[in-house]
Design a protein around this ligand. Structure first.
Ligand code: GDP
Ligand code: ZN
Length: 461
């Protein structure tokens, strides 16, 4: 693993104007750099103790110019985020002043940190494992309280602990297999192939249980892609606005990623509902708006859930039917809008297209029926993905892939046992499973994967 021992620095607070800004330095040279650029008030620099905050000035060592009045804390390794010596400079929050301080720190020998490099060092120094490192970024980007709770659980090591426990069990099984190879004659209980098969099966089922919840985990972390569809004028924009207006609709412009669309999330009982193609719904004035079948098809491709909207005050039109036919295969919630107006829509016709389907009646304008709609969305989601409450939730495709591969290895092992293929082959498969699980915690993972994970971080974390 490449681990450069040099000293790194970055601005750790969001760039721009804020009350304070924090510049972080990590590495062997941190204290040295701090001593060169910081002049404390009232005490001598050599009397500064770790973990105490000191008021003073940042001085440019070249020009002797005072840059800012700051608070500084030194943290002595190994009790730090990175397990290296660290310094935190709390400066004023302006863009220029923070950059100026960072420049001075860099001119004293630190290197600009790459995205996620502080956390990467925490991982490489063994303070956290890989799944915990991933959780750091999930905590930062959590979209609802529930997402946050799950990310924090992972950060505390909940997932790591589960993986360790399963690996431990695999090692025990492996020991039993080895014993049965070494002492084939002695009929030692728990080393016979039947017992071993039972142990493998139990563990495999445990993994499958976790896999079954991976969809829920993914949705909690990334949000459920949802599209509001309907012909022009049925009230899509109005519904979106009333959904977004409520609660803390979290609008995220994710820093440090290349995504340029601003995604909008609605928080429904802790499930982030990601409304896709919001721009398309929002921007258009009604005359110009041409959702049209082609456009609908495009947003449909990305959608996991469709809110299909009709106008209660108007007749069902060919356009309505066309769109309805498009989404029949998707998970759909039917909504009739404008129930504050006299009803004209032919509900029976609609029920024929969607037999047995519940129809939610709302008025986006008067904000009636919105709670019922939310409840219907929540029910649809949880019915689809299961409960979010109990057990370990895995939130990343990387994790579910690793567990799936481990399950497959165990299945091959089971098959080998059934067919009385030599125990060595079974042992090999169990060892495979062990390695796949190790990918999750980073005990067993290649460098490219690690690189890709940390590149996704923001700078300063
Ligand atoms: P979109 O084209 O589907 O996005 O529809 P809009 O949200 O732009 O709404 C079209 C028109 O219907 C606007 O004049 C809205 O004020 C009106 N509208 C939307 N929802 C309701 C409703 O529940 N009741 C009534 N009476 N009018 C509504
Ligand atoms: Zn609209």
């Amino acid at each position: 693993m490449d681990y450069e021992r040099d000293t790194i620095a970055a601005i750790s607070t969001p760039l721009g104007e804020g009350g304070i800004g924090i510049i972080r330095i990590s590495g062997d040279d941190s204290f040295n750099i701090a001593d060169r650029i910081f002049v404390p008030r009232k005490i001598k620099p050599c009397d500064m103790e770790p973990r105490k905050m000191y008021l003073g000035d940042i001085i440019d060592p070249e020009t002797k110019e005072t840059i800012d009045e700051v608070l500084i804390v030194k943290y002595k390794a190994p009790y730090t985020y990175t397990r290296e010596d660290m310094v935190e400079i709390n400066s004023h929050g302006g863009f220029t002043v923070q950059n100026r301080i960072l420049e001075i720190v860099l001119s004293c020998g630190a290197r600009m940190a790459r995205p996620g490099e502080f956390t990467k060092r925490a991982f490489l120094n063994g303070r956290i494992d890989l799944s915990q490192a991933e959780a750091v970024i999930d905590v930062i980007r959590a979209k609802t309280e529930r997402s946050l709770k799950i990310a924090q659980e992972q950060l505390r090591g909940g997932l790591s602990e589960k993986i360790r426990e399963m690996r431990h069990n695999l090692i025990r099984i492996l020991a039993h297999i080895e014993a049965s190879i070494d002492f084939p004659e002695d009929d030692i209980p728990c080393f016979d192939s039947e017992t071993i098969a039972g142990e493998i099966k139990k563990l495999k089922e445990e993994m499958e249980k976790i896999l079954n919840k991976s969809k829920a985990g993914k949705i909690v972390r990334e949000g459920l892609s949802t599209v509001i569809l309907g012909r022009p004028n049925v009230g899509k924009s109005s519904l979106l606005n009333s959904l977004l207006k409520e609660k803390r609709a979290i609008v995220t412009d994710i820093p440090g990623t290349t995504r340029d669309v601003i995604e909008e999330y609605i928080n429904i009982k802790g499930i982030p509902i990601k409304i896709i193609d919001t721009a398309g719904i929002r921007e258009a004035t009604d005359e110009v708006e041409k959702i049209g079948v082609r456009k609908a098809l495009e947003s449909l491709e990305k959608a996991e859930l469709v809110i299909l909207m009709f106008d209660a005050s108007d007749e069902l039109k060919k356009e309505d039917i066309d769109i309805a036919e498009l989404v029949k295969e998707k998970y759909v919630i039917l909504v009739i809008n404008k129930i504050d107006l006299p009803e004209k829509i032919d509900l029976e016709k609609l029920e024929k297209i969607f037999p047995g389907k519940n129809i939610i009646k709302i008025s986006a304008l008067k904000e009636e029926g919105i709670e019922e709609l939310k409840e219907a969305i929540y029910q649809a989601v949880t019915k689809n993905i299961g409960s979010l409450e109990e057990g370990i939730l895995i939130t990343r495709a990387r994790h579910s892939q690793a567990i799936r591969k481990a399950v497959e290895a165990l299945e091959r092992g089971e098959k080998a046992l059934e067919e009385s293929i030599p125990m060595e082959v079974v042992a090999m498969e169990v060892r495979e499973a062990l390695e796949f699980l190790g990918e999750i915690t980073g005990d067993n993972v290649n460098e490219d994967v690690i690189k890709a994970i940390f590149e996704n971080f923001c700078i300063g974390k």
